[in-house]
Design a binder for this molecule. Structure first.
Ligand SMILES: NC(=O)c1ccc[n+]([C@@H]2O[C@H](COP(=O)([O-])OP(=O)(O)OC[C@H]3O[C@@H](n4cnc5c(N)ncnc54)[C@H](OP(=O)(O)O)[C@@H]3O)[C@@H](O)[C@H]2O)c1
Length: 229
């Protein structure tokens, strides 16, 4: 059964983003899936999905590229905006050890860039729609055990910026979600992660669908359970 819903997935070349694009398209959404370079896996999904998946190019850290995507999509009505793109570098290092450029890359890609996209694209999202950004369980300051401290700091910064955005838009009726997908086996999550993609992403999409029409900010896991900030 076709739906008239549209999901924009930013950062869908591989891993969780590709799986989000595949899951939404399997649920009959029209999916606009972005990558920053060519992605044979995303091209394959597009080819399999007979018009339901279209692809776009954007590098999230490049504001010109983000603005150009916005101009191409202006006029679309989105039900879901999901900013998934992220990087993890120097995960075992401490502030004295890290190469500054690695830390800055994480802050730029994981915190500032997603929020520039939310800021720019939020008016394309339906009033009962969902704006989601991929955060992480380890972005919780309260629950922190110090794991991957530099990367987790970038997700905590993302959470703070999303909170600030919600404070500046108190009347906004859209759901604003910081999503923690669990520790998942991807290039970033590594082979020791506890979950297969198939144990995470379908639940993440169930959770997104449960948030249509539920306004406000939440830091949530894949079961739609709040995570302490
Ligand atoms: N895996 C986990 O356990 C886990 C847990 C919690 C949160 N997360 C978060 O979930 C998201 C996806 O992670 P993943 O595990 O799927 O990682 P991944 O396999 O390393 O994939 C990262 C994705 O982000 C894209 N990306 C990175 N920088 C980008 C940029 N400047 N512009 C556009 N796209 C960019 C990558 O594109 P390219 O192919 O071009 O590099 C790729 O599609 C990230 O935000 C991550 O922090 C992951």
């Amino acid at each position: 059964m076709a739906t008239d819903k549209t999901a924009l997935i930013i950062g869908a070349s591989r891993g969780l983003g590709l799986a989000l694009a595949s899951e939404f398209s399997g649920r009959q959404y029209n999916v606009i899936a972005t990558s920053r370079g060519s992605s044979s896996k995303l091209a394959e999904l597009e080819a399999q999905c007979s018009g339901r998946v279209t692809t776009e190019t954007v590098d999230v850290v490049d504001l010109e590229s983000v603005t150009a995507l916005y101009e191409r999509l202006n006029g679309h009505k989105l039900d879901v905006l999901f900013v998934n793109a992220g990087v993890c570098k120097a995960n075992e290092l401490t502030p004295l050890q890290v190469d500054e450029s690695d830390f800055l890359d994480m802050m730029l890609t994981n915190a500032l860039s997603p929020m520039r996209i939310v800021e720019m694209f939020h008016n394309l999202v339906a009033e009962n729609g969902v704006i989601a950004v991929m955060s992480s369980e380890i972005g919780s300051i309260e629950n922190s055990a110090g794991f991957w401290e530099l990367y987790s700091s970038s997700k905590a910064a993302l959470n703070m910026l999303m909170k600030a955005f919600s404070q500046r838009h108190p009347q906004d009726s859209r759901a604003l979600l910081l999503v923690a997908p669990g520790w998942v086996r991807t290039d970033m999550g590594g082979s020791n992660a506890t979950l297969d993609i198939s144990e995470s992403i379908p639940l993440v999409v169930d959770m997104i669908e449960a948030n249509f029409g539920v306004s406000g900010l939440r830091f949530t896991d894949r079961y739609n359970k709040a995570i302490p900030w």
